[in-house]
Design a protein around this ligand. Structure first.
Ligand code: TXA
Ligand code: MG
Length: 343
């Protein structure tokens, strides 16, 4: 896997884009930064190229991919029509972390949409992603550039950890900004439905769709207490089991102390407000609970930080569910093997 180093020199940047684009046009897969997480890109019109994404990630083939576009005319080439609300949302939120599920005209490769009659499309705002889209002139299918089941990569080094030797290249654009994936919004229904909370918040969408709905399946997932650890199909999983603590700061401290007393090696992922109250060595502060965008930016790095050999369990704070907190908690519920709730 070729890793192009980060550079600030304009002419070197151009060279990187040209080389990476050439690989993509040659049906290879290349990881690149977006404003949310790193994506693993391939020509969305080529079934063979897209197949390489599924193989590199070990991703189940029934899970469809997001198509990235560099301009609006590429959307028109992939859909039967653009619903009026989708048009408005593109004006407002593109380029940016909002993915729109639209009626497919089946011009995208079959394996991109996993055989569905809809296609998920977004225009990323990261300049490297946009430059690659422009240079290739192709719509690029790109899921997050992690091995299936692992936390999404927010840094080129994370991509390398997961996919080195399995993909043609990695364009290093430094750490990504948003830190959680795009919001996926189904625009094929009468009232659009949020299928995945993400960088564009429900509150942001409500100014355009006052009655926007969250997929009821999401709420079920959050409540779904796994019967036994390991039975649940995990996503975003750290190496050590993650226990999500739902309660006040005192409850968290009490949990930590009693587990330490049992001789467990416990690591902590928490806001700096909570970390400041703990007397514990293995802590990864991930921003302020007053600034959830900071927490989103740090979350996946924190989930990747601890190695299996070093800790028995990771205790993680629960965050407020407003704004980008909805995306944070959605990912933590999926990453957790257990929840410890204060009653
Ligand atoms: O921020 C992001 O969206 C990142 C960056 C790289 O752009 N990409 C990303 O892709 O997160 P991925 O493949 O990891 O997640 C795609 C999500 C999945 O939840 C998938 O089920 C959903 O989008 N999806 C894709 N096509 C769909 C469709 N036609 N209908 C419903 N959901 C769809
Ligand atoms: Mg993913």
């Amino acid at each position: 896997t070729k890793r192009w180093q980060r550079t600030t020199k304009i002419n070197e940047q151009y060279h990187v884009i040209e080389e990476a684009a050439a690989l993509l046009k040659d049906q290879q897969v290349v990881a690149f930064p977006t404003e949310t997480v790193y994506g693993l890109g391939a020509d969305a019109t080529s079934e063979a190229a897209v197949q390489r994404i599924f193989e590199a990630k070990g991703r189940p083939s029934d899970n469809p991919l997001i198509v990235h576009v560099g301009d609006r005319s590429q959307v028109e080439q992939l859909v039967t029509h653009i619903p009026e609300i989708a048009d408005k949302l593109m004006d407002q939120f593109w380029p940016g972390p909002l993915t729109l599920v639209l009626p497919s005209n089946h011009k995208a490769a079959r394996n991109v949409t996993a055989g569905l009659d809809t296609v998920a499309i977004r225009m990323p705002s990261d300049p490297i992603a946009l430059a690659l889209l422009k240079e290739t002139g192709l719509p690029l299918a790109a899921p997050s550039a992690n091995r299936s089941g692992r936390p999404s990569p927010t840094d080129a080094a994370h991509v390398q950890q997961d996919l080195d030797g399995r993909i043609a290249g990695i364009v290093d654009g430094g750490p990504t900004g948003v830190g959680v994936e795009s919001t996926v919004l189904d625009c094929t229904t009468e009232v659009p439905i949020i299928l995945r909370p993400g960088g564009v918040t429900k509150e942001d969408l409500e100014s355009f769709i006052p009655n926007v709905v969250i997929d009821p399946a999401l709420a079920d997932q959050a409540e779904d207490q796994p019967k036994s650890p390991g039975m649940k199909y995990t996503h975003y999983a750290p190496e050590a089991p993650l226990w999500l603590v739902e309660g006040d700061d005192e409850f968290f401290q009490h949990q930590l102390e009693s587990m330490k007393a049992e001789g467990q090696r416990v690591a902590v992922i928490a806001s700096r407000e909570l970390v400041g109250q703990l007397n514990h060595e293995y802590v990864t502060p991930c921003g302020s609970r007053q600034q959830l965008t900071e927490v989103a930016g740090e979350l996946y790095r924190a989930l990747r930080y601890y190695k299996k050999a070093d800790v028995d369990v990771i205790l993680c704070e629960s965050f407020p569910e407003h704004g980008v907190g909805a995306a944070i908690m959605n990912r933590l519920h999926k990453a957790a093997t257990q929840k410890i709730t204060q009653y």
